[in-house]
Design a protein around this ligand. Structure first.
Ligand SMILES: NC(=O)c1ccc[n+]([C@@H]2O[C@H](COP(=O)([O-])OP(=O)(O)OC[C@H]3O[C@@H](n4cnc5c(N)ncnc54)[C@H](O)[C@@H]3O)[C@@H](O)[C@H]2O)c1
Length: 420
């Protein structure tokens, strides 16, 4: 069996590697020449634990190589990006391009799999019309399926193998054929369904979390208005065996949770909750700024923000709500800002000039410190020293992460997102 993987990013490359590691002849195609050059030297240009070593091994063993053009293959796996447009619809340009390229080489007996996160109906409405132009009979001559990726960055190698996998075939024969392909390395259960169901499952997994976070955020805002502590409400409500209220915060970021629900919204004729949840979560930075404005009477006050990535202990800033907060402060207020994040290199940001290398530098002379991201490294800061350095001893914890009793003993006033 020869497999061609189209799009060698965070998903495509590890997938190609797993097949190659299990004895399959794999070629990888990418429009980015740097990816191919690196690959053929046994190198990678992305960060993922364990990937570099595996790439070296399978390239040395001649089981995986990068190619400048797509050619004949038994299986084609497409894992190109599906970014979001300005109008919140999915940009399917890369998926269309990749499928057009495959359609020139696909022959009787071949298998086509789409892995890119896509709106429900993509296989039927975008892929099949392109592949049908070959004159081959879909589901009889060539086998087509959607198989979403649900891996967590940082654990991709492990999760590719261990996670359960969904395969949505255009017919049962397609689903079965694709199952045989992935069985080469997948140790989790493989569930078969139709393509539209599989497309919706992938989106709904992230939407479920986004909607539940929106519910927690709405609870937080309501509790602030009513003088209740939302965190206590959540803790006590979750003692109920069938309740699992999520955590509120300054917003939802990342390239999945903040994006995928829109791919459902664009296809909905009716329905409000998914769109409203996205809007609630997107508006949380506005709520944080409103709170800051209520606290800070001096319009030129200095705000120190700790943490800008979209989740703790990583440097990924995609769709980060704290970046949105910073943009708003810079555009709409005269506050002075000082930003720190132990994971983010200031040279990778557009706010290089206000990013500093230490927490001490950030808080010096500050009128408030905002805890934006709950990086583990922020748990044991020297708050004695911070208290000495700040102009006003006030901390706004948007994550319920810091030890409030300890802070209050040191003389800090603590504002907590969600506590009225
Ligand atoms: N990264 C994740 O954690 C994750 C998780 C689940 C699903 N997904 C989905 O998987 C898909 C791929 O994501 P990713 O993170 O690997 O993206 P990525 O940006 O890391 O990689 C995509 C690669 O595709 C290449 N490419 C673009 N157009 C191409 C074309 N026409 N032909 C060949 N190559 C092309 C790019 O150069 C890039 O190297 C997306 O739909 C994404 O939403 C990603």
């Amino acid at each position: 069996m020869k497999i061609t993987v189209i799009g060698l990013g965070y998903i495509g490359l590890p997938t190609a590697v797993m097949f190659a590691k299990n004895g399959v002849d794999v070629v990888g195609y990418d429009v980015n020449k740097k990816v191919l050059t690196a690959l053929n030297q046994g190198e990678i240009i992305i960060e993922e634990p364990g990937l570099k070593e595996l790439v070296k091994e399978v390239v040395n063993n001649k089981k995986l190589r990068g190619v400048n053009e797509i050619g004949e293959s038994d299986v084609f796996i497409v894992s190109v990006p599906t970014p979001i447009n300005e109008d919140k619809t999915a940009n399917m340009k890369y998926v269309k391009q990749a499928t057009e390229s495959v359609s020139k080489h696909i022959k009787k007996g071949d298998i086509f799999v789409l892995e890119s996160t896509s709106p429900p109906g993509t296989i039927e409405e975008i892929i099949l019309p392109i592949l049908s132009k070959t004159g081959l009979n879909i589901g009889e001559d060539i086998f087509v399926a959607y198989s979403p990726e649900r891996v967590l960055p940082g654990r991709v190698i492990q999760e590719l193998v261990e996670n359960d996998r969904l395969i949505g075939g255009v017919n049962e024969k397609s689903a079965q054929k694709v199952k045989e392909v992935y069985s080469v390395f997948v140790k989790g259960n493989i569930y078969l369904t139709d393509s539209k169901t599989a497309e919706m499952c992938k989106l709904m997994e992230n939407t479920y979390r986004d909607v539940n976070i929106a519910l927690a955020n709405e609870l937080a805002i309501t509790c602030e208005e009513m003088g209740i502590n939302a965190w206590e409400v959540i803790e006590l409500s979750n003692k109920h065996p069938r309740v699992n209220i999520h955590q509120p915060g300054p917003g939802v970021g990342g390239h999945c949770l903040a994006v995928d629900p829109w791919f459902i919204v664009e296809k909905q004729k009716e329905g409000e909750i998914i769109r409203m949840s996205r809007e609630i979560n997107d508006d949380m930075p506005i709520h944080v700024l409103k709170t800051l404005k209520n606290i800070l009477k001096n319009k030129k006050a200095k705000i120190a923000i700790l943490g800008i990535s979209y989740k703790p202990n990583i440097d990924d800033m995609r769709e980060s709500p704290i970046i949105k907060l910073i943009d708003m402060i810079l555009e709409k207020t005269n506050y002075r800002l000082s930003i720190h994040d132990p994971y983010v290199s200031k040279f990778n940001t557009k706010i290089e000039d206000i990013m500093v290398d230490s927490v001490e530098e950030a808080v010096e002379g500050a009128d408030i410190m905002v805890l934006g991201v709950n990086h583990d490294k922020y748990r044991d800061l020297d708050f004695d020293k911070i208290a000495d350095l700040m102009n006003v001893k006030h901390i706004y914890d948007t994550r319920n992460f810091l030890d409030q009793q300890m802070l209050e003993k040191l003389g800090f006033e603590v504002t907590l997102l969600g506590r009225g």
